[in-house]
Design a protein around this ligand. Structure first.
Ligand SMILES: [Zn+2]
Ligand SMILES: [Zn+2]
Length: 356
């Protein structure tokens, strides 16, 4: 009787691809035979994952309680729910040409060992200051993750011992089986459980990592944050995720950027905004205003009769565009300050001004 794959992986029937993958990785590493796990349990976990990670197989399983391939192994569905789905003809064997394998792998999708063994992607937040985001910065970051085992350099083999071609799959990483069914002879392939799809087995497993090729540890890397990055953006650092099983492909690291606010500027896209206060006489008579940009100070000519709320644009003093040349602008809003406390003399003068 087919097993409940969702129960095996400990997930709900509505689990998404990520949840399935996470559950699988966790269980597979817990029950890996090289780590003393039971091989039947490990097989069961792999079987559940192979079905649930493949959307076509999963929907067959959800609908019929087994996949088309499983049904074939058992001699077919009694009612053949796949309609007139069947093959005539014979298996071409190793002679090449377009055989059943090709047909089946195109229908069900070949087992992607590369993706299966690839180390997981990591994600980490990184806080940068406003100016660091504007001008770019280089940061040292430390990540704790699975790195290649230093003793065996990730191969899983005890130093000095040989790495052999997997005797079960002959280095293919895949096990192909041919079965006679009511549909004819059918070939299926699955990841080799002896070598986990790597095609190689260490003669003597590394004593440090028990043959997995991985060792958890800290690693510090330099990351270059490009000028113009904004809050919430992600940077991908290729190859700095976790190392895969026994030296197979490494995952990527994603850095989620958090930009601290500035007390001087408000950023919108690549433009910067700020306010400047001037006095009523300055607004009325006009003046030259010195204002700070992110590069230094500039002078703006405030014409006589400037109203409160007037906006001046200073071009090319905004944030550099991300990954291209040029930069945004800075906008200065002028606020005319009305004095709250006046001296006797000032009152006198203002009265005269009003009467004039
Ligand atoms: Zn090792
Ligand atoms: Zn193998």
């Amino acid at each position: 009787m087919p097993k409940n794959y969702y129960d095996i992986l400990g997930i709900s029937k509505t689990a998404n691809a990520d949840e399935i993958k996470r559950a699988y990785r966790k269980l597979a590493s817990e029950h890996h035979p090289d780590r003393g796990g039971h091989s039947d349990k490990f097989k069961e976990i792999n079987e559940a994952y192979q079905v649930l990670s493949d959307s076509a197989k999963r929907s067959q399983y959800d609908q019929y309680g087994q996949t088309f391939e499983q049904a074939q192994r058992q001699g077919g569905f009694s009612g053949n729910p796949f309609g007139g789905f069947g093959f005539e003809g014979s298996f071409n064997g190793a002679s090449g040409g377009f055989g059943f394998e090709d047909i089946l792998s195109s229908m069900f999708g070949g087992e992607d060992t590369q993706a299966r063994n690839r180390g997981i992607d990591l994600e980490m937040p990184l806080r940068v200051t406003f100016k660091e985001a504007v001008f770019g910065v280089e940061k040292d970051i430390t990540i704790e993750k699975k790195n290649p085992c230093p003793k065996c350099s990730g191969s899983g083999a005890e130093p000095g011992s040989k790495i052999n071609t997997c005797p079960k799959c002959h280095g293919q990483g895949q096990i192909k089986t041919q079965r006679r069914t009511i549909f004819g002879t059918v070939a299926t392939s699955s990841t080799c459980d002896r070598c986990e799809g790597t095609g190689k087995v260490p003669e003597k497993p590394c004593s440090e990592c028990k043959g997995i090729g991985l060792k958890r540890g800290r690693k510090t890397i330099k990351v270059s944050i490009p000028a113009g990055i904004d809050n919430g953006q992600r940077i991908r650092v290729k190859g700095e995720g976790e190392q895969g099983y026994r030296g197979s492909a490494v995952g990527d690291l994603y850095i989620q950027i958090e930009v601290l606010e500035s007390k001087d500027f408000l950023r919108k896209g690549f433009d910067l905004y700020k306010e400047e206060r001037i006095s009523f006489p300055q607004a009325a008579l006009g003046m030259t205003l010195e204002t700070a940009t992110i590069d230094g100070t500039v002078k703006i000519k405030i014409p006589a009769g400037t109203q409160s709320g007037k906006v001046f644009r200073i071009s090319d003093t905004g944030v550099p565009y991300l990954n291209r040349s040029g930069r945004g602008d800075m906008y200065v809003t002028i606020l005319v300050h009305t004095p709250e406390k006046l001296t006797k003399k000032q009152k006198e003068l203002l009265k005269q001004f009003e009467e004039e």
